[in-house]
Design a protein around this ligand. Structure first.
Ligand code: CTP
Length: 398
C-alpha cells in the first residue's frame, strides 16, 4: 500500500506523457499523496491542469510561481518518499546523468534524498544510442532505479523497445520497494548455470565455453528478491563458495538432470540457463585412451536427456518454466519453436550475432518471448542488469 506515501512525479517531454495522467490517478487511488513537476516542454504533451486536478495539488514547472514566489525545489525533494520520472525523455536522462540543472525538475532531482525511479520513453534508436545507454548506466551507478521500457509499436510508427512501462506496473514496482516486502518472498526458484562436461575417459571430456555468469546472476537476483533458490551449477568459472543460497554442484548432463528432476516439483520458478551438452560419449573408457599412431579415433556419441523438455512435460499449473535459446541463425523462429516444443512459459533468446552477448562476456543482450505472445527486447547491459530484467519479466508471468 502507498497510503500516505509522498510521491513526486516528474513528467518530461515525451509522447508517453499522456500515461502520466493514469499514473497519477493510480497512485492517488493507492492512497499516495502526489505532487507533479513538469519540464516546460512537457506542456506540449499534457496540460498541468489535468495533472493538478488528478493529483489534487498544484503542478510546478518553473522556479517561481505566477505570483513570483520561489518554488522551493529543496523542500519538494525532501518532502518525497520516492521520486518517479515517468516518462523520462532522452534529454532529461542525459541532463540527470550529467548534473545539468536548467529546470525545476532537474533541480528537484539533484536535491532529492529519496529513492529515484526513472521510466525511459523514446524512439527505439534514441534508446539504443550509445550516449543514452551510457547515461542510463551512469544513473544506475548513482543508485537510481530503472523501470525498463517495453517492446511494441512506438509513436514514430516503428516497432521496438522504448515504450514507457505501463502505469499499473510502475505503481507495483514502487509499491513493492516502499513497502519493503521482497517481491519473491515465499517463492522457490530452481536455476541451472554453466556447461556440462561429458566424460570420454578418466582425463578427457566434451564441454563448451559457458562460464555460468548469466545463470549465477539470475540466482543472485532471485535470492535478493526473496526467493528460496537452488542453483544447479555445472563446472562454472564463477566462485560459488560464498553464495547465500543452496548450490548443487554437478558435472554431467545426467547429474544435472537428476538434481533438476528432484528440485522441480517444489519450484514456483525454474530457469534453465545452463548450456547442457546435447551429446555424450556412448561409452566412457575406463582408462585413458591411448594415441593410435596415425589412425583416426572415432567417438560414438548418444543424445543426452533434454532436462528442460522433461521439466516441461511434468510442469503443473502455477509453475513458471523459462528456457534459454542460444542461436546463430533464424534466431526468433528457432527460439519460438523451443518455447512451444518444450512447453515453456518464456524463452530468453541469446544471439551469438550480437557483439557483447553470449559466453564469457560480462554483458549480454537478450530478447524474451512469452508463451502468450509477449516480447521484450533488452539493450546490451551487464549480466546482473539483464538478470534483473528477466526476473522483472518473469514476475509478470507468476
Ligand atoms: N537444455 C536442456 N537439456 C539439454 C539441452 C538443452 O535442459 N540436453 C536446455 C538449456 O538449458 C536451454 C534450452 O534447453 O534452456 C535450449 O538449449 P539449446 O541448446 O539452445 O537447445 P536445444 O534444445 O539443445 O536445441 P539445439 O541445440 O538443436 O539448438
Amino acid at each position: 500500500m502507498l497510503k500516505d506515501k509522498h510521491i513526486l512525479l516528474g513528467v518530461t517531454a515525451s509522447i508517453a506523457a499522456y500515461k502520466a495522467a493514469n499514473l497519477v490517478r493510480l497512485l492517488v487511488k493507492e492512497g499516495a499523496r502526489v505532487k507533479v513537476i513538469m519540464t516546460p516542454a512537457s506542456h506540449h504533451f499534457i496540460t498541468p491542469l489535468t495533472l493538478s486536478t488528478l493529483s489534487k495539488n498544484p503542478v510546478h514547472a518553473e522556479f517561481a510561481d505566477q505570483q513570483g514566489n520561489w518554488v522551493n525545489h529543496v523542500d519538494l525533494g525532501l518532502w518525497a518518499d520516492a521520486m518517479i520520472i515517468a516518462p523520462a525523455s532522452a534529454n532529461t536522462l542525459a541532463k540527470m546523468a550529467n548534473g545539468i540543472c536548467d529546470n525545476l525538475l532537474l533541480a528537484t532531482y539533484l536535491s532529492a534524498r529519496c529513492p529515484v525511479f526513472f521510466a525511459p520513453a523514446m524512439d527505439l534508436d534514441m534508446l539504443k544510442h550509445p550516449s543514452t545507454q551510457s547515461n542510463i548506466s551512469k544513473l544506475l551507478g548513482y543508485g537510481n532505479m530503472l523501470i525498463p521500457s517495453g517492446f511494441g509499436e512506438l509513436a514514430s510508427g516503428l516497432t521496438g523497445s522504448g515504450r514507457m512501462e505501463e502505469p499499473e506496473q510502475i505503481v507495483e514496482i514502487v509499491n513493492e520497494f516502499l513497502s519493503g516486502d521482497k517481491p519473491l518472498s515465499g517463492k522457490k526458484a530452481l536455476v541451472t548455470a554453466g556447461p556440462t562436461f561429458e566424460a570420454i575417459d578418466p582425463v578427457r571430456f566434451i564441454g563448451n565455453h559457458s562460464t555460468g555468469k548469466m545463470g549465477v546472476a539470475l540466482a543472485d537476483v532471485l535470492h535478493e528478491q526473496g526467493a528460496e533458490v537452488v542453483l544447479v551449477a555445472g563446472p562454472v568459472s564463477v566462485n560459488l563458495s560464498t553464495k547465500p543460497y543452496r548450490v548443487q554442484h554437478v558435472v554431467s548432463n545426467e547429474e544435472m538432470y537428476a538434481q533438476c528432476m528432484s528440485a522441480f516439483p517444489e519450484a514456483d520458478i525454474a530457469i534453465m540457463a545452463a548450456a547442457v551438452a546435447d551429446y555424450t560419449p556412448a561409452a566412457v573408457a575406463d582408462s585413458k585412451i591411448k594415441k593410435k599412431d596415425g589412425d583416426p579415433l572415432t567417438l560414438q556419441l548418444k543424445e543426452t536427456k533434454d532436462i528442460l523438455a522433461a521439466l516441461g512435460k511434468s510442469k503443473k499449473a502455477g509453475q513458471v518454466l523459462v528456457g534459454f535459446a542460444l542461436e546463430t541463425d533464424d534466431e526468433e523462429v528457432n527460439a519460438l519453436k523451443k518455447l512451444q516444443k518444450k512447453n515453456l512459459d518464456a524463452i530468453v533468446l541469446n544471439s551469438l550475432k550480437d557483439a557483447g552477448a553470449g559466453f564469457g562476456t560480462d554483458t549480454n543482450k537478450v530478447t524474451i518471448f512469452s508463451g502468450s505472445g509477449g516480447k521484450f527486447e533488452s539493450s546490451l547491459r551487464s549480466k546482473k542488469e539483464i538478470a534483473q530484467e528477466i526476473v522483472t519479466y518473469i514476475k509478470t508471468l507468476l
